[in-house]
Design a protein around this ligand. Sequence first.
Ligand code: ARG
Length: 441
Amino acid sequence: MADKHNNVDFVNWFRLSSPYIHAFRGRTFVITFGGEAVTDDRFPHLIHDIALLNSLGIRLVLVHGARPQIEKRLRRSKTKMRYTSGVRITDDAALSCVKEAVGAIRVEIEALLSMGLANSPMAGAHIRVASGNFVTAQPVGVRDGIDYLHTGEVRGIDATAIGQHLANGAIVLLSPIGYSPTGEVFNLTALEVATSTATELNADKLLCLSESKGLRDGRKRLIRQLRLSETEKLLSGKRRIPEEDLSHLKFALCACRNGVRRTHLLDRRIDGSLLLELFSRDGIGTMITADIYEGTRQATIDDVGGVLELIAPLEAEGALVRRSREQLELEIAHFHVIERDGTTIACAALFPFHEDSGGELACLAVHPDYRESGRGEALLEHVEHLAKERGINYLFVLTTRAIHWFRERGFVLVDITSLPVKRRELYNYQRNSKVLLKELV
Ligand code: ARG
């Protein structure tokens, strides 16, 4: 650490990452990368980062690709490659190249994960790696008259066996091949193996390290976050999406629809991309989030009844300020609700204070049956997302009871002088609420 500035940066960075360190312990992440990453000179750096995640108690499954390595062997043996709509047709000669390439990569990764040299990032790591026949495959078969031979698709994942290795603290390493009950070997795509594994394990995250420089919007800006519905819209829209991003998005969608909470698409060429994504709030890639947001929408006049019912008990306890039906009708357009089967199970309001680029988060309430389900958190995230879209730089909240809940989610206690002037004028001194604020970066 050369100077004071560096010290401060280091300490700040480390502190910012600590909530994630806590949150990720014991979680299951599936990480996939192409064969290109393995040939990169900086591949050992990626492995070091993976070792670090392992030592933080994250349960890891790695799925590697092998395309360039397979192609190299095919060229060497002067075997012709055949593709139909991007899918390789694996004949006998190609299958031997696949087996060789996959075997070599697997050994290389295992070797790197076994390093424990003193004075290196791997000192004291002692990592166990487990690989095996965890993936069952079946042939793609004959489609439109074309026989795909040894090209296969995932038929099953032995989640129990993988789970046992993870419980033992091992990193599970999977290759893009699978075995059939008839004893055959099939060539699979790494992305499919990774997605199926993440789904079967109910993984918390699927992280795809990609060759692409990142998914861009119409103005070439990196898309940082997408909800399921937004991803669907993007996929069915007119905008041309580069091939690799497209297939990542499709698999991300599939993973998130099937219970994986977050899928991240990362440019693997950014050194430390995994760490940057995981241990910062905004990350450096695109995050696709499962719709725990499902049913989340802006409220309409028809929601007034549902919202009133939801907040009535909290008003009676004094946890929320009383609102009359008339007042709520006037304010309803600022409300967002989560609805399930016709019942309003959560609500929150966002009141913008444009002159100050701030916003008030108010009236956050969750139905008692759903208190522990993360709905409040989901709605808070939703409101933060909306606020950012609307150019709001910070959110504040006035509360008498939920101080800790908000502090745990990045809000800090501030003085009432931090409120926008207009809001300060309305402050109810008798109620004496605490003011908490969160910068939206
Ligand atoms: N570090 C957090 C996580 O891993 C948030 C990452 C946000 N990333 C993004 N591209 N918006 O869940």
